[in-house]
Design a protein around this ligand. Structure first.
Ligand SMILES: NC(=O)c1ccc[n+]([C@@H]2O[C@H](COP(=O)([O-])OP(=O)(O)OC[C@H]3O[C@@H](n4cnc5c(N)ncnc54)[C@H](OP(=O)(O)O)[C@@H]3O)[C@@H](O)[C@H]2O)c1
Length: 264
């Protein structure tokens, strides 16, 4: 395949965890990858690793919650490489705390990623995908937007906003050839809990049977979604089972999660 024929993907949160593993897996699969995150050095290292393995990636160090910066980056990508046909929204952060333990500044910050980051990046590339009549926007979601647990209030609200963005896009994009997909993972062995101290302690014990996934395993799941897009995906199976349980017995599931979660 010539370089010009290689499809282009944009991956946010690409300096770490699920985003970094997905960018690497996509490059291995023949995609040219635009890697977005704030830490420039981490991105440069990953871009070099991808190049050493024979792939091609571009580092775009920016805060994806910054709309004008995202729009400028999108123009640069279009001018240098062309129109992407895949967006993976994996940028996300936020410590799990009760609302009264969260500052008003942190409430805004947590809305920045994943929600604003995903909305900005999707906005920047959606028209290009629509004009090609093909494309896929994948959002990396959290089970918090299906079955919330106590003590992760602003985090949860941002993941519900992400879910809202996905649901609205599914309706908007009917008949355009572009699709939106929301992928939920259980606990992942990324740097998330180191970067957001105090969060892990809030995982309800009810979630203990859900096996831990590696970022590389999540990347494999996301690549299956790229090949066969689906509206909503839960991984692993135990999480899908819990989501099903929450859908058919919402009251008892909510009660159990609250009982097995952390109290004030
Ligand atoms: N880890 C889990 O157990 C788990 C489970 C289910 C869902 N998730 C969700 O999956 C998403 C990714 O998590 P992860 O496990 O891969 O965590 P991670 O290893 O901490 O990676 C988060 C990534 O997001 C980037 N990021 C954060 N804010 C950003 C911003 N404003 N602009 C651009 N990039 C930003 C970070 O890079 P910079 O700091 O360089 O910007 C980093 O690359 C999160 O939304 C998380 O809630 C995680």
């Amino acid at each position: 395949m010539s370089r010009e024929d290689q499809p282009i993907a944009v991956v946010t949160g690409a300096s770490s965890g699920i985003g970094a593993a997905t960018a690497t897996a996509l490059a291995r699969d023949g995609w040219r990858v635009v890697m977005v995150a704030r830490r420039a050095e981490r991105l440069s290292e990953l871009v070099e690793n991808i190049a050493a393995a024979g792939g091609e990636a571009m580092a775009e160090a920016l805060d994806a919650a910054d709309g004008p910066a995202v729009m400028t980056m999108a123009e640069r990508v279009r001018a240098e490489w062309g129109e992407p046909s895949l967006v993976v929204n994996s940028a996300g952060a936020g410590e799990w705390r009760f609302l009264e333990e969260t500052s008003v500044g942190e409430i805004v910050e947590m809305m920045g990623a994943p929600y604003l980051a995903a909305a900005n990046i999707s906005r920047a590339f959606i028209e290009g995908m629509m004009s090609q009549e093909k494309g896929l926007i994948i959002h990396v979601g959290s089970p918090a937007s299906v079955m919330p647990w106590p003590g992760a209030t602003a985090y949860t609200a941002s993941r519900w906003a992400l879910r809202g963005l996905h649901e609205a896009l599914c309706q908007d994009l009917r008949g355009t050839g572009v699709r939106s997909s929301l992928v939920y993972f259980g606990e992942v062995s990324s740097e998330y809990f180191e970067a957001n101290p105090g969060s892990h302690e809030h995982i309800p014990t009810l979630a203990a049977p859900i096996p831990l996934s590696t970022p590389e395993r999540c990347a494999k799941v996301l690549l299956t979604v790229v090949r066969r897009p689906r509206r909503v995906v839960f991984y692993p199976f135990a999480l899908r089972f819990m989501a099903w349980l929450a859908a058919i017995t919402p009251g008892p599931t909510r009660w159990l999660i609250a009982r097995t979660g952390r109290r004030h």
